[in-house]
Design a protein around this ligand. Structure first.
Ligand code: AMP
Length: 568
């Protein structure tokens, strides 16, 4: 299939902001695909492999600029100049390819297969000569590209497609294209996506129009799965109303979500954002082998840091550095040990547990885990319908240095990836939000060369990122004091999509926890709110941008804050 056909779809989809029109356009495109074009599904999301696969394209702006220069024969200096004036590398590629095309007409036709073949070679390249090899793979594609193809090729390379097609758009488009008569198709497709994390595998089934076959998508041990997410309630009354009485109440541990897979002797650990962290936590691998019975299983847990001497639990930010550590892992393990708190099971001895009730699932958890405090335990839990008992348990959780409690419906099944309302969290009114960095500004004087102010955004129901404030505090000057300006700048650099003077525009990727003094209404930000004195707490490498605090939650916090003032 010609890459041009896909590029035209990208163009048509970005030409409208209307969701339904996008779905209409995409569903027509999906009908026109044949089974062998299945991998196009990855490209629709700007990827080259399924979501659970860690291989990413990862091309920097600078390499893209070099490739444009090579493909068009225009000097790097000139391409850079153009970038500064247009502010979008994709458009630069389109523009310069147009000029070139007037002179040389002889080009090969670019196919999707060729694009995928070359892009898939990129993540494999390592060591000496990598840059040169990457450059020639990209240049080969760009020299055959039409201007429109060049635009989207470059945007794909730098990970900034901007066509407004998200997983949910694909879900609705698949439903419209292949299951017009089935009202529940979108729900079934979503479940299949959450279980497989492979949009092409879902397309395979949709194309055959066999809705029943979605049920055949099974969990696979060793392949990451999205964790079930919680909703927030403010009182036990609200929680019981949503979940029924009695329900299970558990400590809400303040660490990070760890999904543990075991298949015979192979143990694999994943974060909530599907990142493989097995190498980073060798002690957990050992605990699983030693203290959990069973040949194959998938456990859902929270890994929590604790102080080796005092045995007190520590806050998430202390262990956050372990998640992406690549070297000296043993040192960090000694300094920042974790305890695994298991609270659910998704798969056991060859069978999916997703459709079992929570009550049944917890029974198995308790049966197979041999508790070893400060190594592996199962979450502290009571079952009650009594608000007084629940409140006492909550107080105890806070006393034990935990974040709050989780309330869980005893009869609920496990639904990966959804905030389905089977699980509610209650935390004290701590003022922290998970937000994503979408822009910033380089500092001056002592801080020149570093981004010293960061634009933060929350998300709305449609998955759009809406700015809510600028953060300039919480980062430090020196490394021994915490996250430095320099380190945070390095974190966001690969995601810079545009620069204008001192201002930078950043792709929403880096999630951080932020505290603040107050939420105010504000017409200056698209979210309608502004944070007063936002302050950096920690990076959240375990979280995906789609999962950050929503604007509805912020509106709720704003109302609550108002009520608190009113009633003291
Ligand atoms: P939040 O991150 O505020 O949305 O709260 C949900 C998170 O709490 C989950 O993703 C888990 O990482 C964590 N958590 C801690 N303890 C538990 C528990 N007992 N059951 C479920 N989730 C828990």
């Amino acid at each position: 299939m010609r890459y041009l056909k896909l590029a035209e779809l990208y163009r048509d989809s970005s030409a409208t902001t209307k969701r339904l029109e996008k779905i209409e356009i995409l569903s027509k495109f999906l009908i026109s695909l044949s089974q062998k074009d299945r991998d196009v599904m990855y490209l629709l999301l700007g990827d080259i492999y399924p979501e659970y696969d860690e291989r990413r394209i990862g091309i920097s702006n600078q390499i893209a600029i070099k490739a444009i220069s090579k493909a068009t024969g225009i000097e790097i200096k000139e391409v850079n100049k153009k970038w500064k004036s247009i502010g979008d590398i994709g458009l630069v590629a389109e523009n310069l390819t147009k000029n070139k095309k007037q002179i040389t007409l002889a080009t090969n036709i670019l196919t999707i297969e060729k694009v995928l073949e070359n892009l898939r070679k990129l993540p494999k390249l390592e060591g000496k000569g990598t840059v040169g090899k990457k450059l020639s793979l990209i240049t080969e594609l760009l020299t055959s590209a039409t201007p429109l193809e060049a635009l989207y090729l470059v945007r794909t390379l730098i990970g900034d497609l901007r066509i407004g097609i998200k997983e949910s758009t694909i879900k609705h488009s698949l439903a419209k294209a292949f299951f017009k008569k089935d009202e529940n198709a979108a729900i079934k497709i979503q479940e299949a996506i959450d279980k497989s994390n492979d949009i092409a595998a879902v397309f395979d089934i949709a194309k055959k129009k066999k809705i029943k076959d979605f049920e055949k998508i099974h969990l696979q041990v060793g392949k990451p799965i999205k964790a079930m997410l919680a909703q927030k309630v403010k009182t036990f009354e609200e929680g019981f109303k949503a979940l029924g009485k009695p329900c299970a109440i558990e400590y809400k541990y303040d660490g990070f979500r760890m999904i543990i897979h075991k298949n015979n002797e192979d143990v694999t650990l994943f974060t909530r954002s599907l990142e493989n962290v097995t190498k980073q936590f060798p002690e957990v691998v050992e605990y699983i082998k030693k203290y959990v019975k069973g040949k194959s299983f998938i456990l859902d847990s929270e890994a929590v840091g604790f102080n080796k001497k005092t045995k007190k639990y520590t806050a998430f930010q202390d262990i956050s550095q372990r998640i992406r550590r690549k070297y000296n892992i043993k040192d960090l393990q000694d300094k920042l040990p974790v305890e695994v708190n298991v609270f659910d099971i998704l798969y056991y001895e060859g069978k999916s547990m997703l459709n079992e009730t929570f009550k049944e699932r917890t029974k198995i958890v308790k049966k197979i885990i041999k508790k070893h405090p400060y190594k592996i335990i199962y979450s502290k839990q009571i079952i009650t319908g009594d608000e007084k008992k629940a409140r006492e348990f909550y107080k105890q959780a806070l006393k034990d240095n935990q974040e709050g409690i989780m309330m869980k419906n005893l009869d609920a099944i496990y639904q990966p990836g959804r905030r389905v309302g089977h699980m509610m969290k209650i935390k004290p009114e701590v003022k922290d939000l998970d937000l994503v960095i979408v822009g910033g500004e380089y500092g001056t004087g002592k801080r020149s060369g570093w981004i010293s102010s960061y634009n933060l955004a929350c998300v709305n129901k449609k998955g759009e990122y809406l700015e809510i404030g600028k953060m300039g505090t919480g980062m430090k000057e020196k490394a021994d004091q915490g996250m430095t300006f320099e380190q945070l700048t390095e974190e966001v650099k690969p995601y810079i999509i545009k620069e204008k003077g001192k201002k930078v525009f950043i792709k929403p990727k880096i999630v951080i926890s932020v505290t603040y003094q107050e939420i105010q209404k504000s017409p200056n930000y698209p979210s309608g709110f502004a944070l007063r004195f936002p302050r950096f707490i920690s990076l959240r490498p375990d979280r995906r941008a789609e999962e950050i605090t929503t604007v509805e939650e912020i509106a709720d916090d704003f109302d609550h804050q108002k009520r608190n003032w009113k009633y003291g």
